[in-house]
Design a protein around this ligand. Structure first.
Ligand code: TYM
Length: 378
């Protein structure tokens, strides 16, 4: 029995990412692939050099196509089940980096339909409210409005319904059951939904590259089985690990464990209190012992968050690591370093989110890519 579980709707346990690569049939990002990305992009994002993005499908083919001048396009998404936490922003920050470096179009799917179908207690009106709120947070990540189209499933459906049907007709119930674990008690809306998450990979006659955490990979497996028979490319994907919850390095930061998440709307005081109160520490139980024996950065959540996202400088990160291990740096000091970084980040995020209220129409309806997409029938 596996001691961890990763599906699009549930992530739990101590995830063995190498095992996951074997289970999912993806490939590890090799040093050679990193070198190629660095050459094409001009630099390597810390999320790649630190192996936070660790796995892929056909990223090498996407790079080939970039080098040949054909290029690729990007696609990612968000299920508006509630407010967003920093774990949701991590893949978006990396996506923005890819868009900047490779100058490509980006499609962002807002799956109001999926969340309505998955969450029994969710009212339709809630999905609409959260869609709007989440889109502002997404825009705040800094995407190029000329090259980005953000669409809500229930609104864009009229442009894609024929393509959605072509996709759905290629996918049997037994495949959907095997890939997603649907049972006789799954509602029929949810069994149809995966076809819609596949459709955006067909928005251009180029290869699509999907940056996201690895929980979304099951969809891409089906996409890759059917794409060519519909006249499209098999999608490429680049997968990240999960930002862990405050409570420890197992599972993922998730909306369902509110104390274990930092919300993008949290104020400075809430961030400080939560981290001081709930962040799992790799330090020793007394200061004397810690000074003598040192702490363990590998299980220290504040250090892990700094490594994944909040400390871009390799030099500073290494110093935090070494000082913590030697006992020179205390757990409270590691927490303080993280609190400072998060609060600076969130203050800037909130300003950008405010500004997004002005540009939401460009991303969804009036920008050049958005206009083109609304004129197109798939
Ligand atoms: P959702 O809303 O559950 O998650 C949005 C994105 O955030 C990633 N994610 C995380 N990444 C790191 N650490 C975490 N703790 C964490 N929690 C969530 C997810 O992998 C995802 O990339 N069905 C999708 C919406 C969707 C989509 C897509 C996502 C539609 N099309 C294409 C990615 C790519 C969903 O509900 O995501």
């Amino acid at each position: 029995m596996a001691d961890f579980n990763v599906t699009p709707w549930d992530v739990s346990g101590a995830i063995d990412y190498d095992k996951l690569i074997m289970q999912f049939g993806t490939k590890k990002i090799s040093p050679a692939l990193k070198e190629r990305i660095q050459k094409s992009a001009g630099e390597l994002h810390p999320m790649l050099s630190r192996d936070y993005f660790f796995s892929h499908r056909d990223m090498d083919l996407a790079l080939d196509e970039h080098e040949k001048g054909k290029g690729f396009f990007l696609y990612t998404g968000r299920g508006p089940s509630g407010p967003m936490h920093i774990g949701h922003l991590v893949p978006l920050v990396f996506t923005k980096w890819l868009q900047d470096k490779f100058k490509c179009n980006l499609y962002i799917q807002i799956t109001d339909d999926e969340k309505f179908l998955v969450k029994q207690g969710m009212q339709w009106e809630d999905t609409q409210k959260y869609s709007h709120e989440n889109i502002l947070d997404i825009i705040a990540a800094g995407f190029d409005p000329k090259r980005t189209f953000i669409f809500k499933d229930s609104e864009y459906i009229k442009n894609v319904y024929p393509l959605l049907l072509k996709t759905a007709r290629k996918t049997t119930m037994s495949t959907a059951k095997a890939v997603f674990g649907f049972t006789d008690s799954s509602n029929i809306g949810l069994t149809f939904y995966p076809a819609y998450q596949i459709v955006p990979t067909f928005f251009e006659k180029k290869r699509c590259l999907i940056p996201s955490a690895i929980d979304q990979d099951p969809y891409w497996r089906i996409q890759r089985d059917i794409a060519e028979s519909l006249g499209y490319f098999k999608t490429a994907a680049i997968h990240s690990k999960f930002l862990p919850p405050l409570s420890g390095t197992e599972g993922k930061m998730s909306s369902s464990a509110a104390d274990s998440a930092i919300w993008l709307s949290d104020d400075a005081k809430a961030v400080k209190n939560k981290i001081n109160k709930y962040a799992f520490s790799g330090g020793k139980s007394s200061m004397e012992e810690h000074r003598k024996l040192g702490g363990n950065p590998d299980i220290d959540v504040p250090f892990q968050w700094l490594k994944i996202f909040f400390e871009p400088s390799d030099k500073k990160l290494q110093k935090l690591h070494d000082d913590y291990k030697s006992g020179a740096l205390l757990s409270g000091e590691m927490k303080a370093a993280l609190i400072e970084k998060i609060n600076t980040f969130l203050a800037a995020h909130k300003e950008k989110r405010e500004a997004a209220k002005e540009s939401i129409r460009d991303f969804m309806h009036e920008g050049p890519l958005a206009k083109r997409m609304w004129e197109q029938q798939f």
